[in-house]
Write a protein that binds this ligand. Structure first.
Ligand code: WT7
Length: 654
């Protein structure tokens, strides 16, 4: 098998880790689940287990069949009808929860807004009516390109309410990336903002959107959220007559009465684009009933969610974590959800901890890359705030190195909070491998065991169970992706062609005698840079798009904060000379084409690229060069000299 691109030292570290952390007694005693029996019950009858969770939701029409499975086609709860927005909002209006906080929002400049469930229901209904007024109906696609403002959640819920399919595009993506996603989904309406705050600056989303729309023909209307009138001036937002409308004008006129559209369980709730091994991102398609069931159940059990919790997930709604664990999972559970617009180091590096103290956050869910940044910034920033209300910590997005885990446990968790290391993906929709905080003894760096009702194992290329190899999911699960938008062949080939009827996530993993999973990282040409998924091919396409570039090969090199950073090997066209200036230009070119998350850390000019005799670029070798490691066996190379020259050049530059 191909070794995952994790740094070897960290890997060794992971494999030697044997510290164990049983659930603290005080936590276990009050936990929603404190008994192993849940695993056995779910295993005995997984369908009954999931049906029990689905049964806690509100259905307009009950389902007739829990699961129909003809790999890779799954139908969960078919015959059933429900509405996701109804379950996240209306369901909470009958009792005392209606006047409790649903969304506690803080903008980067310090402005705040709190919405109760009643408020959120009203705002969602109004905006849903506004969308209807623009001709949006069931099955239509709506693109959402917003900063982390309440309107992002409201727009998603409004789409869900009327059965429109949303496609949220992360606000850090470039106009070109936005255009590609709009065109692939043929979205009818785009919802954006005049700007959003990031590190004191205003990200000009509307200006980006206008650029994108020069290449899009499907968009009929653009709805613009005014994130403060001052921004409207500084970004010189202009509205195109007939096409563009202010959000506040639309909702001012809209009725707050909008019945929730009954959706068949298998109908699409949203599309979310994610990077794969080709230059073209995949539109991952998620369903309604199965998706909501699993995000509801996992939010409740993995985060041990209770009525008096204040829950904060620091992800952006532009990623799956934001969809499942800021919006749908927590709201379906009636939680009080904290949402923050800006950067963790603005105006200073204590911002997150101030927010935790200010709102009394009890559950905190973030990414290893953020934890490593906090570590680097130093404990003194954490010490300025009172974090004593925290009772549970979570991590997601990439393997967490034991050192960061231990720091998180000690400094943020005060040694009293269990840590849930949750493994899942855009495609899985919800958490798949995770501790249950009242049950599972945790080990730093291990996501531990499959969630009850989920069946995971490790397989070899040929499908034998092995202690180290490819992670595999051996049974269908409710929140699984249903297809790739417009490309069912790619869906089948990417995830279902390695083994028969078994899902291939693209991760390498190992398992110990206790059955614990250690997910080691991607085994395909996908990078994980600061928790963001980036395809090497996407970056390569962006590079060769520049007139000076003949060929490019992109690899991930280990990085102490980001996990991986992008290193790009570039061969130039005849007559072009390498220079620092050109390297700088190329980095900027990639950022402009894709978004700044894809900006390469290093550009390494090379007269040639190392290829195998069959013409495949030897990425592992490039990775070693980028990381300054000694070269291994290069006899399979067509021209071994290339590598020597490359390595010398890199060492000169580095
Ligand atoms: C990839 C999925 C799931 C939301 C955020 C990322 C890696 C994710 C873990 C973890 C080790 C992890 C995997 C996976 N990953 N969580 N707890 N331990 N690796 O979603 O962008 O779809 O990326 O992130 O490599 O395949 P995504």
């Amino acid at each position: 098998m191909t070794l995952p691109p994790s740094p070897e030292a960290a890997l060794d570290d992971l494999l030697r880790e044997d510290r164990r952390f049983p659930p603290p007694t005080a936590f276990r005693d009050g936990a929603r689940v404190s008994d192993e029996a849940i695993y056995r019950e779910a295993e005995a009858d997984p369908e009954a287990f999931w049906a029990r969770w689905a049964g806690e939701l509100h259905w307009f029409t009950p389902w007739t069949e829990v699961l129909e499975w003809e790999a890779p086609r799954a139908r969960w709860f078919s015959g059933g009808e429900l509405n996701v927005a109804y379950n996240c909002l209306d369901r909470h209006l009958d009792g005392p929860r209606r006047n409790q906080a649903a969304l506690i929002w803080e903008g980067e400049p310090g402005d705040t807004r709190t919405y109760t469930y009643w408020d959120l229901h009203r705002e969602t209904s109004k905006f849903a009516n506004a969308l209807k007024g623009l001709g949006v109906g069931k099955g239509d696609r709506v693109a959402i390109y917003l900063p982390m403002v309440p309107e992002a959640a409201i727009a998603m819920l409004a789409c869900a309410r009327i059965g429109a399919i949303h496609s949220v595009v992360f606000g850090g993506f470039s106009p070109e990336s936005l255009a590609d996603r709009i065109n692939d989904a043929e979205a009818k309406v785009l919802i954006t903002a005049d700007g959003g705050y990031r590190r004191g600056n205003v990200v000009p989303l509307k200006r980006n959107a206008d650029q994108a729309l020069e290449r899009c023909s499907s968009i009929e209307h653009v709805v613009v959220v005014a994130r403060g009138w001052n921004i409207a001036r500084t970004t010189q937002t202009t509205l195109k007559p007939g096409r563009d409308l202010w959000y506040h004008d639309l909702v001012a006129e809209a009725s707050a009465d909008c019945p929730a559209e009954p959706m068949e369980s298998e109908e699409t709730l949203f599309i979310l684009y994610t990077s794969g091994t080709t230059g073209k991102p995949k539109g991952v398609v998620h369903s309604t009933g199965g998706y909501l069931t699993q995000v509801y159940a996992t939010t409740r059990l993995v985060f041990d969610l209770r009525d008096d919790d204040v829950y904060w997930c620091t992800a952006d709604v532009g990623w799956i974590t934001g969809h499942s664990y800021i919006v749908y999972g927590p709201l379906a559970n009636g939680a009080a959800v904290v949402m923050y617009e800006g950067a963790p180091d603005f105006p200073d590096r204590g911002r997150f901890w101030e927010i935790c103290e200010k709102y009394g956050v009890t559950i905190f869910y973030t990414a290893p890359t953020a934890i490593r940044a906090f570590m680097k910034w130093g404990e003194e920033w954490v010490g300025k705030s009172d974090l004593s209300r925290l009772r549970l910590l979570g991590t997601v997005g990439e393997p967490i190195n034991p050192e960061a885990w231990i720091w998180y446990h000690r400094v943020i968790g005060g040694e009293r909070c269990p840590i849930v290391d949750t493994w899942w993906q855009t495609e899985t929709g919800a958490i798949m491998i995770t501790p249950l905080p009242g049950v599972t003894e945790t080990r730093p760096g291990s996501a531990t065991r499959a969630f009850p009702g989920i069946s995971a194992t490790i397989l070899s290329e040929t499908g034998e169970e092995v202690p180290a190899g490819y992670l595999a999911i051996t049974r269908p699960w409710p929140s699984m992706l249903r297809t790739i938008w417009g490309d069912d062949t790619r869906f089948r080939e990417t995830y279902w062609s390695k083994w028969d009827g078994i899902y291939f996530p693209g991760d390498g993993a190992k398992r110990e005698e206790d059955g614990y999973f250690w997910v080691l990282g991607r085994v395909d040409d996908v990078l994980n840079v600061a928790g963001h998924r980036i395809g090497t091919m996407e970056v390569e396409s962006a590079l060769v798009d520049h007139p000076a570039v003949a060929e490019a090969a992109v690899v991930g090199k280990s990085h102490d904060v980001k996990g991986q950073a992008i290193a790009a090997f570039v061969t130039l066209k005849e007559g072009r000379q390498p220079s620092d200036e050109l390297a700088y230009t190329l980095k900027g070119h990639v950022a402009e084409k894709i978004g700044s998350i894809a900006r390469p850390e290093d550009i390494i000019f090379s007269a040639d690229l190392p290829k195998t005799r069959s013409g495949k670029i030897m990425r592992r070798l490039l990775r070693d060069i980028a990381e300054g490691k000694a070269l291994g066996d290069t006899t399979t190379l067509a021209d071994p000299d290339v590598v020597r020259r490359l390595k010398e050049r890199y060492e000169e530059g580095a």
